[in-house]
Write a protein that binds this ligand. Structure first.
Ligand SMILES: [Zn+2]
Length: 329
């Protein structure tokens, strides 16, 4: 995971934006702009409340441009967080989420990360997520991590974690490219269960891992399974290409987690796909909540569009499985 992240950072930082600034520069402008806007809002609201000029402390929730928007984060992990047990790590994540007023977190995969996990490995990782959900049933949702190289075990795991357990979606990472027909039984089962499939995607100039999917691979899968609900993880990393690739496939939603908060990213996604097809996620603890929220909070889009991206869309995707399970959103 770590080397993937480093590659993600390199590929994102060194490509020109086409407007005479590098991505690194536009990132600096975008992120600093978002942060200073947040701080100004915070200071103003305190002053209006008559609480003077005190400085932000770590326990004070950050005021966002979207006010009391119910933020659901569609993408977090227990890895890259300190703590011996899932409970310790989840408590840390919740503490950070509280600062940003994030209401619910979708968690998938435990630790250590495994590119091509054996059935035992993905079961163990799902057990870690199940423990986190058990401790925080009103704050934490889980997707089951499965591996298309082990179809029967993956289907059993979906039964255990989703049908008999509390999970509400599945996560596919880098074990096999998702255009492979080996995925079909998993996708068919997810479609029957009316749950979203989160597929990691990336386009790396340094070359993808052998089993790492691109947005084009996901487009192939979507055309074979038009009724499946597919999430294009990380917008393909190289988001200008990712957005255009998935645009014709209405059953693909674009997820904006990971990578740097580059100016123009979410604006383009909304313009090309419509805000109903864009989903916020952070990839915490690999990324901070603040940097990832800034992509949406600081975007030049309407408050209604921000609300869709920050929570309404995810609640809509999950509404069938919530209904089946009798969960309240
Ligand atoms: Zn992730």
């Amino acid at each position: 995971m770590t080397d993937i992240k480093h590659m993600e950072a390199r590929t994102a930082e060194h490509r020109p934006t086409g407007q005479g600034v590098t991505r690194r520069e536009s990132l600096r402008i975008g992120a600093v702009g978002a942060l200073s806007a947040s701080l100004q809002l915070t200071r103003r609201s305190w002053a209006e409340a008559g609480s003077g000029n005190r400085e932000a402390d770590a326990t004070e929730p950050v005021r966002t441009t979207t006010g009391e928007t119910r933020i659901w984060d569609g993408h977090t992990h227990l890895a890259s967080i300190r703590g011996e047990k899932p409970a310790d790590r989840m408590a840390q994540l919740i503490e950070y989420a509280d600062r940003m007023r994030i209401e619910r977190l979708v968690v998938f995969m435990g630790w250590p990360f495994a590119y091509d996990p054996s059935p035992d490995q993905f079961r163990r990782q799902n057990d870690q997520v199940l423990a986190a959900i058990h401790d925080w049933p009103d704050r934490v949702l889980g997707y089951a991590y499965v591996n298309p190289n082990h179809i029967d075990h993956s289907l059993e795991e979906m039964q255990r974690c989703i049908v008999r357990g509390p999970m509400v979606g599945i996560k596919l990472w880098v074990a096999k490219r998702c255009n492979d027909s080996a995925l079909d039984p998993i996708v068919q089962r997810a479609t029957e269960l009316q749950i979203p499939i989160y597929q990691h995607t990336w386009l790396k100039i340094t070359g993808n891992l052998p089993g790492e999917s691109t947005p084009s691979d996901l487009a192939e899968l979507a055309s074979r399974h038009p009724r499946a609900t597919l999430l294009c993880g990380h917008a393909g990393g190289d988001w200008e290409l990712g957005i255009r690739t998935v645009r014709p496939f209405k059953n693909i939603l674009l997820e904006v987690a990971g990578g740097d908060p580059t100016a123009g990213f979410v604006e383009m996604a909304v313009r090309e796909l419509g805000a109903e097809r864009v989903i916020y996620g952070s990839d915490a603890g690999g990324r901070s909540f603040a940097s990832q929220l800034a992509k949406v909070e600081a975007a030049g889009i309407t408050d209604r569009e921000k609300k869709l991206i920050l929570g309404v869309n995810l609640r809509r995707l999950l509404s069938p499985i919530f209904k089946t399970k009798g969960l309240k959103s």
